[in-house]
Design a protein around this ligand. Structure first.
Ligand SMILES: [Zn+2]
Length: 146
C-alpha cells in the first residue's frame, strides 16, 4: 500500500538529512503515521544515531524508548528514510537492520547524501513482502507527494 507525504515534510526530511550528514555522513529519519491511518504520513523523527560514510547505527536505547512512545501514542513507523554517499540501493546491511522488519514496511534510500533536488526520481524504495523478503518498488508510484 502506498503512502501520502506532504511535500513540505519531504523537504523538511531532506533538510534534516543534509544538515546532519553535511555531505559526508549517512543520516536516517523515520516517517510516522497514525495506526488508524497508516498511509498518511504525519511527521518525521530524526533518531539518535552514529554515522559515517560507512553507514549509520541508531542508538538501541533510543529505539526501545521510541517504540514505547509510539505504542502509547498509537502511532507507527511507516517508512525508514536514509541517505547513501553515492548510489541509491538497498545494501545487505540495510536489509538486515531495518527498524521494523514487518510486511509492508517501506525503506527509502536517497542518493548523494540527499544533496540533490527534492524529487523521488533516482531514489530507491523497497518494501518487505509477506515472505519477509525485500522487494524493489517504484517510489514515484508508492509515495504520493501532496
Ligand atoms: Zn542524522
Amino acid at each position: 500500500m502506498g503512502v501520502r507525504v506532504p511535500r513540505a515534510l519531504f523537504q523538511q526530511t531532506l533538510d534534516q538529512l543534509r544538515a546532519c550528514g553535511n555531505g559526508q555522513s549517512e543520516c536516517v529519519a523515520y516517517w510516522i503515521a497514525d495506526q488508524d491511518e497508516p498511509h498518511v504520513i504525519l511527521r518525521l523523527v530524526h533518531p539518535e544515531h552514529r554515522s559515517g560514510s560507512f553507514g549509520y547505527e541508531v542508538d538501541s536505547g533510543y529505539v526501545t524508548q521510541f517504540f514505547l512512545d509510539l505504542r502509547r501514542d498509537r502511532e507507527t513507523v511507516r517508512v525508514q528514510v536514509h541517505t547513501h554517499p553515492a548510489e541509491a540501493s538497498h545494501s545487505r546491511t540495510d536489509d538486515l537492520f531495518a527498524l521494523a522488519p514487518a510486511p509492508g514496511f517501506l525503506s527509502l534510500v536517497i542518493p548523494g547524501f540527499a544533496l540533490g533536488p527534492a524529487v523521488l526520481v533516482g531514489c530507491h524504495l523497497v518494501e518487505i513482502g509477506d515472505d519477509g523478503n525485500w522487494n524493489e518498488i517504484d517510489p514515484e508510484v508508492t509515495i504520493e507527494l501532496v
